[in-house]
Design a protein around this ligand. Structure first.
Ligand SMILES: [Zn+2]
Length: 150
């Protein structure tokens, strides 16, 4: 699935494990209006993504949708209408997706080895913002801020 236990995860390979089909919106939509959703079609999960998103945002969006499947959050047959999950469910899927992309050991090593956030983010296919969110979630923010990244 990636390059060793702390290597980057390939979310498209993970989607295959879930038996999920990936599709893109056929029209250009502002990524602030729509990033992605998961639905069922003929009993099979289909993940719809917005092609206009930056690649690193596409990665976390795909992971989040896969986490909805992993947690068996309610995913319904497509009826032409997108449905919002509750905030708690969204947060569970998003945080799990972020942790799958940037495991605690990767974030902790990067912080303690003074690696530049942008380098780690690029290596793992995520945004610098997502890296920093993980630093905060893991309680390493104070240390991260006090260091001089190489
Ligand atoms: Zn979601």
């Amino acid at each position: 699935m990636g390059a060793g236990p702390d290597g980057p995860l390939d979310p498209f390979a993970l989607a295959v494990v879930f038996g999920a089909r990936i599709e893109y919106l056929p029209v250009d939509v502002d990524p602030s209006d729509f990033s992605g959703m998961v639905t069922m079609r003929g009993g099979r999960p289909v993940i719809v993504l917005n092609r206009s998103m930056a690649p690193e945002r596409r990665t976390i969006t795909l992971l989040e949708e896969l986490c909805h499947l992993h947690y068996r959050h309610p995913v319904e047959e497509w009826d032409g209408q997108g449905r919002q999950h509750t905030n708690a469910v969204e947060s569970e899927a998003y945080q799990t997706g972020a942790a799958a992309l940037l495991p605690a050991v990767v974030v902790a090593k990067a912080v303690y080895k003074n690696r530049a956030a942008a380098d780690v983010a690029r290596e793992y296919g995520v945004s610098t913002e997502l890296f920093e969110m993980r630093v905060k979630v893991l309680g390493l923010w104070r240390h991260y801020q006090g260091r001089n990244a190489a």
